[in-house]
Design a protein around this ligand. Structure first.
Ligand code: ATP
Length: 347
């Protein structure tokens, strides 16, 4: 439904988006994820027609919106938006705000559209209220259905939950996704929050410096990252050096299968905190417990060669539930092979 081919956008001589290509299928929800300044918003603005691409092609449902030959003006693109500040028009009622994006013809032929959208967000009884009379969460829901009112084929969401406080965010996110899925609309959503992307997206496009680093399902990016940047983007990781010896990756915490590096090559091994196991004996290396922090569903254990030398290289293990280890206690630390990633040496 949405196709980007080799999209590049620059501000003066400074590239913001470089040779970006991906597709979003009909009814699919794709998240554009990445650190601040990596070009997510610029990509969305180019799709909306608010930035002019330097190169590349943007198409929706097979219709070219922008390429080397020209550009379709924003109002003719049939794209809905919900941006971070979701500003509703303060002088219009809730119903008037929702109807705002509809053409005169749609208002005439699609009677009942506004009421049915307000029903979906349980706010029909507030149709005549003004935005300032609604809570932040209610305003956000109105802004969402306003973006859907004109029956766009594609909806763009830019950090739609970031201005809401944490207690509202989870519930509203679920409701928003349900409404978007029920509408069958194709969605491209920008977020810098990896957890938000993991729980909401069908697929994720992870960006860095204007380029796509990896595109795939949440599970693929989390469990099979293509590089150390991707692995570390989804949460703190333990890093340790390794070498390839006789077909295996040797590390200070034991051996791992070699994904294909030549013998003698130096590699970097990344392990999520839940990929380290602690035992009284067995394989791995002996370390001391430096600290234990209980965090409800899990405990974080800091490990190092000597608990009295805090500056030394240390590791973090996340273990389920409450763990009972004393500071200074020796433990055997080993790697869960399925939760360790091996990459070439850092550049
Ligand atoms: P954030 O999550 O912080 O919003 P982002 O990934 O959405 O970041 P963009 O807003 O797309 O990033 O910005 C990409 C780059 O382009 C940044 O370096 C930014 O400073 C630059 N940039 C964005 N808009 C403009 C502009 N109008 N003029 C000049 N430079 C811009």
């Amino acid at each position: 439904m949405l196709e980007l081919d080799g999209l590049s956008v620059a501000f003066g001589t400074k590239p913001a988006v470089r040779d970006l290509s991906f597709r979003v299928a009909e009814g699919e929800l794709v998240c554009l994820l990445g650190p601040s300044g990596c070009g997510k918003t610029t990509t969305l603005r180019a799709i909306a027609g608010l930035e002019r691409p330097e190169r590349g092609r943007i198409a929706v449902a097979g219709r070219v919106l922008a390429d080397a030959n020209g550009s379709v003006p924003p109002p003719e693109r049939r794209i809905g938006f919900l941006f971070q500040d979701f500003a509703l028009f303060p002088h219009l009622t809730v119903a008037q705000n929702v109807a705002y994006g509809m053409t005169r013809r749609q208002k005439a032929t699609d009677a009942g559209r506004v009421e049915s959208l307000l029903d979906r967000i349980r706010l029909r009884h507030r149709a005549d209220a003004y935005p300032h009379m609604l809570s932040g969460g209610e305003q956000q829901r109105v802004a969402l259905v306003r973006a859907l009112a004109s029956r766009p084929r594609v909806v763009l969401l830019d950090e739609p939950f970031s201005s809401l406080d944490a207690s509202l965010r989870g519930g509203l996110r679920e409701e928003t996704i349900r409404i978007l899925k029920d509408a069958g609309v194709t969605v491209l959503m920008v977020t810098h929050d990896p957890e938000e992307a993991l729980v909401t997206a069908d697929r994720i496009v992870l960006m860095r410096d204007g380029r796509a680093v990896q595109t795939g399902t949440p599970d693929a990016l989390y469990s099979r990252p293509v590089d150390a940047f991707t692995a570390a983007f989804f949460g703190a990781v333990n890093r340790l050096p390794g070498t390839v010896e006789r077909g295996e990756i040797r590390t200070g915490l034991g051996a791992l299968p070699n994904p294909g590096f030549p013998d003698g090559a130096p590699v970097e091994v990344l392990i999520r905190p839940d990929g380290l196991s602690l035992a009284a004996d067995g394989p791995g290396a002996t370390m001391q417990v430096c600290s234990v922090h209980f965090a409800g569903a899990s405990s974080l254990v800091r490990l190092g060669p000597d608990h009295r030398a805090p500056g030394h290289e240390h590791f973090h293990a996340r273990l389920p539930g409450l763990v009972r280890h004393d500071v200074g206690e020796p433990v055997r630390v080993s790697i869960d092979r399925d939760r360790a990633f091996v990459f070439g040496p850092p550049r």
